[in-house]
Design a protein around this ligand. Structure first.
Ligand code: NAP
Length: 329
């Protein structure tokens, strides 16, 4: 039986999400990898327990996380029943819909038909009555934004979500989504974009929009899927994400291409007395608009390592300038 650590709120930092009433841990745990039906359940359980024990109150899921799609939510359902049910009100659970989930025209993108059916399926798999945050996972170029935002608003009105958010929306799409949601009476809580030292698109307008609109920001892949850690400094180890041919989101070519920068960044991290992963997390959190860094981990050790980042989140001007020079090349 799992009993959460009594010290769980002692070291985590909680940041306000935009101008809402909700606070999120500075580091949140993503369930994209590691918690699927093909992964080892006991490893996922140890990670989830340790995360909560260390104050990570936010778990981020999506309908399609697995593989197979849906299985990460099923894993969450099992762990909720066995471990986390007494702590439901201490947890912020999110899910999303937008990517391909089931066959036919109603199994992806942004229609009301898809989003509300998907949320019902997610709740069933997770054994939850409501999620804390329901996201539209990616913009839909064909469905009217009013329909997609109307579906998010309906999820809240039906009591199936407490808050709503968008992911991967451009600055202009975000502004429009925020306006539409505001008119409907359901504010847009949060945006979930990719952001790391190797992918800085959010600095080109999105963060300004989020600040103006009072929307929070939880950034995914802040470690560039493991590239901004010591994982690939001396090659591609067996079992590492870039070695997995069945999932092609991080290729060996990308790892090789970025390695010269990564080696230089690692030297700065060492000078700061930090691991590269810790510096990479501190770096995304330096932006006041960033509420939380949404990490993935494949072991308890990685999780513990990453949370140590919170011990040093500040940068000197010189460090920032040196990092900037490395990233510019
Ligand atoms: N909204 C969206 O469209 C979207 C898209 C992608 C992700 N997300 C969300 O963001 C979450 C995080 O994404 P991500 O997994 O790509 O994030 P990430 O934190 O950039 O990468 C995680 C990977 O980095 C490696 N790693 C982590 N800590 C390490 C450490 N201390 N030392 C060495 N290696 C370490 C592990 O790789 P190994 O497996 O090689 O050990 C781990 O699986 C997802 O779970 C999901 O919730 C959202």
């Amino acid at each position: 039986m799992y009993i959460a650590s009594e010290q769980r709120y002692e070291n985590m930092k909680y940041n306000r999400t935009g101008r809402s009433g909700l606070k999120l841990p500075a580091i949140s745990l993503g369930w994209w990898y590691t918690f699927g039906g093909l992964d080892v359940l006991e490893n996922g359980r140890s990670i989830a327990r340790r995360a909560f024990d260390l104050g990570v109150t936010h778990f981020d899921l999506a309908n399609n996380y697995g593989p197979p799609p849906g299985s990460a939510e099923e894993t969450f359902g099992k762990l909720l029943k066995q471990d986390f049910a007494p702590y439901r009100d201490e947890l912020v659970i999110s899910t999303k819909a937008g990517y391909d989930m089931w066959p036919g025209p109603y199994g992806e993108w942004g229609s009301r038909k898809y989003l509300l059916a998907s949320l019902d399926q997610s709740l069933k798999r997770m054994g939850l009555e409501y999620v804390d945050i329901f996201y539209h996972h990616r913009p839909d170029p064909e469905t009217p934004l009013e329909e997609t935002m109307g579906a998010l608003d309906a999820a809240v009105r039906q009591g199936k979500a407490l808050y709503v958010g968008v992911s991967n929306y451009s600055p202009e799409q975000t502004r429009q989504a925020a306006k539409t949601l505001r008119e409907l009476g359901t504010p847009c809580l949060i945006h979930q974009p990719r952001y790391s030292m190797l992918d800085r698109w959010v600095e080109d307008g999105l963060l300004d929009v989020l600040e103006e609109e009072g929307i929070g920001c939880i950034v995914f892949s802040p470690l560039a899927q493991g590239q901004l850690t010591n994982r690939y400094l001396t090659g591609i180890p067996d079992g590492a994400r870039a070695s997995k041919t069945e999932r092609v989101w991080l290729t060996p070519d990308t790892v090789k291409e970025n390695l010269p920068k990564v080696i230089k960044l690692n030297e700065i991290a060492e000078r700061r007395g930090q691991k590269l992963s810790q510096m990479a997390l501190a770096w995304v959190l330096r932006k006041p608009q960033v509420t939380s860094a949404l990490i993935g981990v494949s072991s308890v050790g990685q999780l513990e390592d990453n949370l140590i980042a919170l011990n040093n989140l500040s940068f000197s001007k010189e460090e920032l300038v040196t990092i900037e020079k490395i990233l510019e090349v």
